[in-house]
Design a protein around this ligand. Sequence first.
Ligand SMILES: Cc1cc2nc3c(=O)[nH]c(=O)nc-3n(C[C@H](O)[C@H](O)[C@H](O)COP(=O)(O)O)c2cc1C
Length: 337
Amino acid sequence: VANFLGVELPIVQAPMAGTVGSAMVIAVSEAGGLGSLPCALLDHATIRSELEAIRAATKKPINVNFFCHQPREVDDSAWRNALAMYYDELGVTEPMPLANRTPFDAEACALVEEFRPEVVSFHFGLPEHALLTRVRATGAKIVSSATTVDEARYLADHGCDAIIAQGFEAGGHRGMFLSDDPATQIGTIALVPRVVDAVPLPVIAAGGIADERGVRAAFALGASAVQVGTAYLFCPEAKISPLYRTALAREADTVITNVFTGRPARAIVNRLTREKGPISPLAPAFPLAAKAVMPIRARAEAAGSTDFTSLWSGQAASLARPETASDLTRRLARAVG
Ligand SMILES: Cc1cc2nc3c(=O)[nH]c(=O)nc-3n(C[C@H](O)[C@H](O)[C@H](O)COP(=O)(O)O)c2cc1C
């Protein structure tokens, strides 16, 4: 029996830019959950080839996810100056290109119209009205992340079909879009029931859910489904480096930081977050902060160091264990089945 997302199990594998590709999406959707393809770091040709691979491998519903920030022209010279000491230390002289990170646009929207994913989810609010109208016309269910009750009300008022309540524990970027102040952010156990009470829509709980107990807790708080990110990074289908995998297994501390991209996100504490963050007023607007970090990150990684790497992780990482995406999806679903 299909739920409000059109799938059998109330488990959404979180879209995780840079770490999730078609293999994970196929595995989760085939298992009965909702596999989610993150498109934020993909160019349009790659979005197309990933969607072709997915549609060829499964007939089950999928979610396709986009960032919808408003790119701003900003001066990043203060940030580059702040990082100059690392360039000197590592002997880096060359700049590096920045991976795509263009927000949802007309061309991406045309791919949605062509491939008709059953669910389309957004991070950082919603795209402009004309694009959202086109997405809705495809029949896709529209979902976005709220990190506060105000954001949940905004998303409900602007036509979302369900709300992801993204608690403070969550790994990766905060979906926050009405404020950029980390002090406004709320833990999952308080956020989920507050959003359930505030909006007349199904709520998908996210943040710190990595085992059966978390799933049961989310449902006890009124959630209709869960969106799980960090736990899926432990699956063999996750496209993460051995360095990242090792860091995740270490029970490391995490922190909300803007030093990697310019937007608050939860990552494992490392040299860059300690020495320049966790929140730096010098970090330029998303995604530009990443550009200056990229060359020192690459040089350090080549030497086996994650001093400058954005190791996105939620607070519940150590509750996860290595298993296939299919097994994880089914195990989490059994908690409430
Ligand atoms: C590595 C990583 C990358 C992420 N990238 C995205 C993304 O591209 N789009 C998005 O909507 N959310 C992204 N998120 C946030 C997740 O959707 C979700 O809110 C979060 O993973 C839930 O918390 P958890 O990690 O504790 O399970 C990312 C999270 C992680 C850990």
